[in-house]
Design a protein around this ligand. Structure first.
Ligand SMILES: [Zn+2]
Length: 102
């Protein structure tokens, strides 16, 4: 898989890196080999990873659901979880992007 650096335009293979911080925070990012600009694509906390675990479980229950009512309930829960994860993660991604590119 290749990616183009949003900073300098260099095209290179994606290498994902991880930085573990105190309090169980894990930052996932890719780094451009040419200009060393870092792009954060995920930041997780124990709370976010718990929600991710739940969303995976909801997804697999949805895949197996046979009754429409149940499938609808699971789908609603899936999108609620997805939204919550996004709202929690986005400010952390913005913050990490700033920190890693100082
Ligand atoms: Zn670059």
């Amino acid at each position: 898989m290749e990616s183009k650096c949003e900073h300098c335009g260099d095209v290179h293979a994606i290498v994902m890196q991880e930085q573990r911080r105190k309090n169980g925070v894990v930052i996932g990012y890719i780094q451009c080999p040419a200009c060393h600009h870092r792009s954060v694509f995920s930041v997780t906390t124990p709370q976010i990873r718990e929600l991710q675990k739940r969303i995976r479980s909801v997804k697999s229950q949805y895949d197996k659901a046979k009754r429409l009512k149940k499938a609808e309930r699971l789908l609603t829960e899936y999108f609620n979880l997805k939204e919550r994860i996004g709202l929690l993660m986005q400010p952390l991604i913005d913050q990490a992007n700033e920190e890693l590119n100082q």
